[in-house]
Design a protein around this ligand. Structure first.
Ligand code: SAH
Ligand code: SF4
Ligand code: F3S
Length: 482
């Protein structure tokens, strides 16, 4: 039986790359096969679907077997040193294939391509093409250049590109959940972060194209969309911005903010679940929270990265909020959205962090009791504000022991949150068979917890069921349909 489980790709930059498979496009086949492997965040996975779409127009068919490929692309992540190291190791394997098959085209896409630009070609001599995240429309030309014996690079960043008109080819899809990019880039300049350099300026995508894409997904049977951006709360579209006759009054009346966009997508159908990521503590408004609460199909789950629980460290990180502000936002979520799951990202061992300051991160965990957290050791990234201004002075063992401490603490709270669901009935969207057994289905609850329950005759993937939770592991709820 085919395994239909799609992992929660939303924030897990650390997992291994995946081969993404695309059905051949009939009638337009150029006889060449494309293999794409993606690393990093959901934005990158979403971008790979755009790349696949652009190249399928050119007649490329994708393959899950890189040995059968004529073109190998690796869509890369730069977020931490070890993310880049993983890509380099993988590239070595591909370039070995290239020695055997000199006609093979090997390309590097995404954030590492943007960060290293043509330096990549000097460092990794067997790479043929380097393409940044805003230059994918140029891929057909770049492949032509390589075919004619040259190396090809396009790492131009754009202030406008949102690929709004390209309908992504859904790769490795279960036909139920899809990612939809609503914006690109980031203007925040958190001092530790490479993303503003690799993805460029923030720009929002036309809400009509977002609603059209989500409606189309719904009509094709999809039942959940996750709206993606580095900071979805700063989504902003000015309807007249593009028009010939700018008019200040009309434009303010026609501005779509994130709360408005959520509402537009929620109204497509009550049967379409809406999720989103990532929220930023400085920008998440009560309006957004009221909108989440107003619509049953907007899931009660917010990923709200805190990074640190200490105000001095937050200031050095240039996060532009402090501990009190973050707590105020948590309190607002608890007040406005009853029963909302909250997850976070946390960094240990940022420059000059003391034990006491680290303890503020720990006490923030005690305050929020996060349902889930992604936790990282600080990794200095070349070119960032922190790399320029501060010394990466916390010893590796200290970073590691602080990380181990918060990981252990989070395990307790994840378990606590899971246990609290025992005896409750969860509305679950069935995503497919559970990883381990064909006898079980899995799907996620409104609060984004994975739920496992026995397969039955009266329900199938893509449908909602009510599941009574009987027991849990630290990461999964287990129950039966009622
Ligand atoms: N836009 C999101 C985060 C995107 S990057 C936000 O603002 O929250 C995902 C996570 O990687 C970040 O939240 C942060 O916790 C982590 N991260 C980013 N840069 C890092 C670095 N240099 N070292 C360690 N972790 C980092
Ligand atoms: Fe990086 Fe900060 Fe932008 Fe998130 S908000 S992508 S952490 S700069
Ligand atoms: Fe995402 Fe990594 Fe780039 S987290 S935006 S792929 S640096």
């Amino acid at each position: 039986m085919m395994d239909l489980v799609i992992p929660d790709k939303t924030h897990d930059e650390s997992r291994q790359g995946e081969a993404l498979v695309l059905e051949p496009v009939t009638g337009k086949n150029n006889g060449r096969k494309l293999y794409i492997e993606s690393y990093g965040c959901a934005m990158n996975f979403s971008d790979s679907e755009i790349v696949a779409s652009i190249l399928s127009e050119q007649g490329f068919e994708t393959t899950a077997d890189h040995n059968a490929a004529d073109v190998i692309f690796i869509n890369t992540c730069s977020i931490r040193e070890n993310a880049e190291q993983r890509v380099r190791n993988r590239l070595k394997e591909f370039t070995v294939s290239k020695v055997k098959n000199p006609g093979l085209v090997v390309g590097v896409l995404g954030c590492m391509a943007e960060r290293l630009k043509s330096k990549f070609l000097e460092e990794e001599k067997l790479v043929d093409v380097v393409v940044g995240p805003d230059a994918y429309r140029d891929l057909p030309n770049l492949i032509d250049q390589v075919d004619s014996g040259q190396k090809a690079v396009n790492v131009l960043l754009s202030r406008e590109e949102t690929y709004a008109d390209i309908s992504p080819v859904r790769l490795n899809s279960n036909g139920i959940n899809a990612f939809v990019s609503i914006m690109r880039g980031c203007d925040n300049m958190c001092s530790f972060c490479v993303v503003p350099f690799t993805r460029g300026r923030e720009r929002s995508r036309d809400p009509q194209s977002i609603v059209a894409e989500c409606t189309d997904l719904f009509n094709k049977g999809y039942r959940e969309v996750t709206l993606l951006g580095q900071n979805v709360d700063s989504y902003k579209w000015n309807a007249t911005a593009e028009s010939e006759t700018p008019n200040a009054e009309a434009s303010s009346a026609e501005t779509t903010n994130f709360a408005n966009l959520l509402e537009l997508v929620a109204l497509i159908s009550p049967e379409l679940r809406v999720r989103f990521s990532t929220s930023h503590p400085k920008d998440i408004t009560d309006d957004v929270l009221y909108t989440i609460n107003k619509y049953d199909n907007i899931c009660n789950y917010i990923h709200l990265p805190v990074q640190s629980g200490n105000s001095r460290i937050l200031e050095m990180m240039n996060r532009t909020y402090d501990r009190e502000w973050y707590i105020n936002r948590i309190d607002a979520i608890r007040r406005i959205i009853p029963d909302c799951a909250i997850s976070t990202d946390m960094i240990t061992g940022f420059c000059s962090e003391t034990d006491e300051e680290h303890n503020d991160s720990v006490s923030m965990m005690d305050y929020v009791k996060y349902d889930f957290a992604y936790m990282f050791k600080y990794s200095e990234r070349p070119g960032t504000l922190a790399a320029k201004r501060y010394k990466d002075d916390i010893p590796e063992e200290v970073k590691q022991s602080r990380l181990a401490q918060i990981v252990a603490k989070q395990q307790e709270y994840s378990f606590y949150r899971m246990q609290a669901r025992i005896g409750k009935v969860e509305k679950v969207l069935i995503e497919g068979y559970s990883k381990k057994a064909d006898k079980d289905y899995c799907g996620r609850s409104d609060q984004n917890a994975m739920v496992i329950f026995p397969v039955g005759d009266n329900y199938k993937p893509g449908e909602y069921v009510n599941v009574l939770i009987e027991r849990t592991t630290s990461a999964t709820l287990i129950g039966k349909v009622v």
